[in-house]
Design a binder for this molecule. Structure first.
Ligand code: CA
Length: 225
């Protein structure tokens, strides 16, 4: 299920969009101010962010600037009328698209579908994931560290892939469990810790490099140095 974050201070609009996206089968989180939205984007993985420009405190452009330091998640800006400069600086700052308020929900849904499709295509055309000297090729299902091939089991590989796909974002144990073992698995989140240990033994202990950070009580993250 694709996850979308709405950062929008107009509560009614945020709630409306949340309901509509929910109907379309997206999993939605919303934040009513910029800082909260930025924190959510840092703490959880999203496939797309809808970002209002006119926010109290930190405005949308500033949020986008900070977001782009750690994430390449597609962003669609929600702009008020007559703010051509906002659109221009938004696209310059790394927004993928924008939509002017008031908008028809069908138009927003169409733009969301386009952005998500572009994101998937980008992943297919350049599939290799990297962190420092570590490289994972999802198509060849190969992991290399300092150019030496590392032998991983299927679960270890999948776990490393999810962490690398969500670089700089703390992945909760529950979410890792769901992504790698599936909803039905009832072995508990211990399985995640066990496989993180296996992974560390293979990629960290041998190289002396640290890739996977533990966020106590939450989960795991691989960060850019
Ligand atoms: Ca606003």
């Amino acid at each position: 299920m694709e996850r979308i974050l709405i950062i929008e201070d107009e509560e009614k609009l945020a709630r409306f969009v949340e309901l509509e996206l929910g109907h379309e089968g997206y999993q939605v989180e919303k934040a009513l101010d910029g800082r909260e939205g930025l924190e959510l984007a840092r703490a959880q993985p999203f496939d797309l962010i809808l970002l209002d420009i006119m926010l109290p405190g930190l405005n949308g452009i500033e949020i986008l600037r900070r977001l782009r330091r750690f994430s390449e998640v597609p962003v669609i800006l929600l702009t008020a009328r007559d703010t051509v400069m906002d659109k221009v600086s938004g696209l310059d700052t790394g927004a993928d698209d924008y939509i002017t308020k008031p908008f028809a929900i069908e138009e927003l849904l169409a733009r969301i579908r386009v952005s998500l499709r572009q994101k998937r295509e980008k992943t297919v055309s350049n599939p290799c994931l990297e962190a420092g000297d570590l490289m994972l090729d999802p198509l060849a299902r190969e992991v290399r560290l300092n150019n030496r091939s590392i032998d991983l089991t299927r679960r270890e590989f999948d776990l490393l892939q999810v962490l690398l796909e969500n670089k700089n974002i703390v992945m909760k144990r529950e979410l890792l469990l769901e992504k790698i073992w599936g909803y039905d698995f009832d072995g508990g989140t211990n399985a995640v810790d066990v496989y993180i240990r296996y992974l560390r033994a293979k990629i960290e202990e041998t190289s002396g490099q640290k890739f996977i950070q533990t966020v106590r009580g939450v989960g795991y993250v691989i960060r850019d140095e």
